[in-house]
Design a protein around this ligand. Structure first.
Ligand code: ADP
Ligand code: MG
Length: 689
């Protein structure tokens, strides 16, 4: 069946449908009603109260007239039943309705009845023409309303027309079931054609809920099935290097070099990794841990497993500052072991760069730390065994696969300091296995957070002064809004002057995004070495910077920051043994969302809780903040709301793939017909093979 075969379809209507992305009758079936009208409430005109109540009126058009001029122009139709008349009024689409209605038409009217003077009228009612009185019953009761007028641009396709088309399709199209019967039965889901009927023409709420659940499940199930199948494929074909664990480097690192005991979270992540890298199958693992949870040590341990087995490893960070910091940390730990670590960033001079590249290509560089400079084409590794990506949220799926191509299925470890709620992690990183590091390394006290208005500024300064006198250090952070970088820089610069004047006994430094990286580095180093006690900064300090002695953070205009950003910032303090304090300076006139953000910060230090709130406030798209986020675009399912269903779908999908990975059992054949084309699309999306 084709759309062109629908009754009363004109070239215009066909075009409007196509432009709205509806190309087949099945697409049209997927145009689910936007809402339903309960039109059971048919009321004789004489009984209308006119207080805005929602009513259905059945009557004949007895008069049509246009009144007013210009913007005040309107169309009025008088509708009359046996008991009296009311008027239907339009201020828009006059031409259409003038043509649509004629005196004598029998109509079903639905809307809010309001009294104006002597009469009662309904403005912009839902209106349907009925050809014969028996049709009235079909338009009363529960009636679907489709995303019509706006959806179909200029062409007015009424809900009534759509209803007829949907009926026609349901009566013509063979809607073959593809979800195996045993699954439908177990999950108590209606079969496909029934579900379409129930979603378009439900008899009650239960019908609607049950149909909706089926369509959500269908979507999530296909998705999870494709994930399971792709992962299965990796297991079968991606033979990751088999690493020797523990080898000499690893043993010396953990037993002799590392000055502290691993936390339980670190141990358990390392044991997940150890299982992966000895399995012979490529590791694809995401380590999620709050800021300060100690992910770097886990990364170093993993890279040493590679070095122990004669493989190179690479660690990629999103900024030069971070790459340099990692380089310093890692060198400090592993150079005593005799390991050759190289730093590769964009700003290096040509001669140095050549030297590094040949070191990398020749295999003498055992560990390479860098920015995305490491994934450029010219960089070749002799034998890459492990690739670590720090702060994954800045890297997309694509970059990950480029990195992967630098070796023969190197083990991939992705580290994210942005806690992602499980609902999102499940879909977004569905191709990764997940380890979560909970808890902070011993002796750390979580920061105490307070929100203060500008009136309390002097009190706040006094407090900071006390901390500084006591040997602590302070960050003062200004927001950076991309559109007006210049303005914000002015803010930070002015703030810097103010701070210098207020704290004459201490040294302050200024750090912002416009500085050259060696200037930034100098300031950061001075702060780290406690030559500076105060660091005034824009948000460039956001990620990963580590100064354990810093115990106060004052955030200016905190209401302008997003939750995850505030959380990242606050992660810069509380990294030492001192009790630390985060003071959020905020205007009184905050939006409701801003108040929620600040209250959340004051209430909890748990990154996962904060992420949950953030996700609720912003929705998944903005939460992830990038188009390249890789979130599947579900049409019906909502990955947050429908998380339980997602988990069910995942379980069922894995059971199925474990039992019949090629979908060859008779009960899976119909599913296979739908699944294979779906899988092809997915593969292209992930560029996985
Ligand atoms: P993040 O997870 O944010 O990347 P880091 O790896 O930078 O955290 O670690 C934060 C700080 O905690 C560093 O100074 C690191 O040396 C320290 N650290 C890491 N693990 C431990 C531990 N088990 N015990 C004590 N300190 C630790
Ligand atoms: Mg880190």
């Amino acid at each position: 069946m084709k759309l062109a075969q629908l009754s009363n379809i004109s070239a215009n209507r066909l075009k409007a449908l196509t432009e709205s992305g509806i190309h087949t009758p099945t697409d049209l079936l997927h145009l689910f009603p936007r809402r339903y009208l309960d039109r059971s409430n048919v009321i004789p005109v004489s009984l209308l109260q006119g207080q805005g109540e929602q009513v259905t009126v059945v009557g004949r058009v007895t008069r049509i007239n246009e009144t007013g001029f210009g913007a005040k122009k309107r169309l009025e139709a008088l509708i009359t039943d046996e008991t009296g008349s009311i008027s239907a009024v339009w201020f828009k689409r006059l031409a259409f309705f003038k043509k649509f209605l004629s005196a004598g038409d029998m109509v079903v009217l639905f809307g809010n009845a309001k009294r104006f003077g002597k009469g009662i009228s309904i403005a912009h009612p839902e209106i349907d023409k009925v050809d014969d009185p028996s049709a009235v019953t079909k338009l009363t009761g529960i009636v679907p309303v489709y995303p019509g007028n706006n959806f179909f641009n200029a062409t007015y396709i009424t809900s009534n027309v759509l209803r007829k088309w949907v009926k026609q399709i349901l009566n013509t199209l063979p809607l073959t079931e593809f979800i195996p019967g045993y699954i439908l039965e177990r999950e108590n889901l209606p079969v496909r054609n029934e579900a379409y009927r129930m979603i378009h023409f439900p008899e009650d709420n239960k019908d609607h809920r049950s149909a909706l659940r089926r369509f959500k499940f269908e979507e999530l199930f296909l998705f999870e099935l494709s994930v399971a199948r792709l992962k299965q494929n990796i297991r079968e074909k991606h033979n990751g290097p088999v690493l020797t664990v523990p080898g000499d480097y690893t043993r010396s690192f953990f037993n002799e070099v590392l000055p502290f005991e691993l936390t339980e979270g670190q141990k358990s992540a390392l044991s997940d990794i150890r299982r992966d890298v000895t399995s012979g199958i490529q590791m694809n693992r995401l380590i999620q841990g709050d800021v300060g949870s100690g992910k770097t040590v886990v990364a170093i341990g993993t890279m040493l497993m590679a070095a122990d087995t004669g493989y190179q490893s690479v660690m990629m960070a999103p900024t030069e500052i971070l790459a340099e910091q990692h380089y310093n940390t890692i060198s400090g730990y592993v150079k005593p072991l005799g390991i050759n670590v190289r730093l590769l960033v964009g700003s290096q001079k040509a001669a140095l760069r050549r030297d590094i590249l040949s070191d990398v290509a020749g295999g003498t560089a055992q560990i390479v730390v860098g920015t995305h400079a490491v994934i450029q084409e010219k960089v070749t590794f002799a034998n890459l065994g492990v690739a670590v990506i720090d702060e994954q949220h800045r890297f997309g799926v694509v970059q990950r696969s480029v990195l992967q191509d630098k070796g023969r299925y190197p083990h991939i470890l992705v580290m994210s300091a942005t806690p992602i709620p499980r609902s999102l992690a499940l879909t977004l990183y569905s191709d990764l296995d997940l380890s979560i590091i909970t808890g902070l390394p011993g002796g750390r006290k979580p920061p105490v957070t307070a929100v203060r208005s500008d009136q309390k500024r002097e009190d706040v300064y006094t407090f900071i002064e006390k901390e500084l006198l006591d040997g602590g250090q302070a960050y003062i952070v200004y927001p950076l809004v991309e559109e007006s970088e210049a303005l914000d820089l002015k803010d930070a610069t002015l703030g810097f002057e103010q701070v210098k004047a207020r704290f004459p006994g201490f040294d302050a430094g200024l750090l912002h995004g416009r500085m050259k990286s060696d200037e930034k580095e100098k300031v950061m180093r001075a702060f780290k070495d406690n030559e500076l006690q105060i660091l005034v900064s824009t948000t460039v300090i956001e990620v990963g910077v580590d100064v354990p002695n810093a115990s106060v953070m004052m955030v200016e205009h905190a209401e302008r920051f997003g939750l995850s950003q505030l959380h990242q910032l606050r992660g810069r303090i509380g990294r030492g043994v001192r009790q630390s304090y985060c003071i959020l300076m905020a205007d009184f006139k905050q939006s409701k969302d801003a108040r929620t953000r600040l209250a959340t910060m004051a209430e909890t230090n748990d990154g996962f809780k904060i992420a949950d709130v953030d996700l609720k406030l912003r929705g998944p798209g903005d939460f992830l903040g990038t188009k390249q986020s890789g979130l599947p675009d579900f049409r019906v399912a909502d990955i947050i709301e429908d998380q339980p269903l997602l988990e069910t779908a995942k379980q069922i999908a894995w059971d199925l793939i474990d039992r019949d990975s090629e979908l060859e059992l008779p009960e899976h054949l119909s599913l296979k017909r739908v699944f294979l084309p779906y899988l092809e699309k997915k593969k292209k999306f992930y560029s996985m093979g």
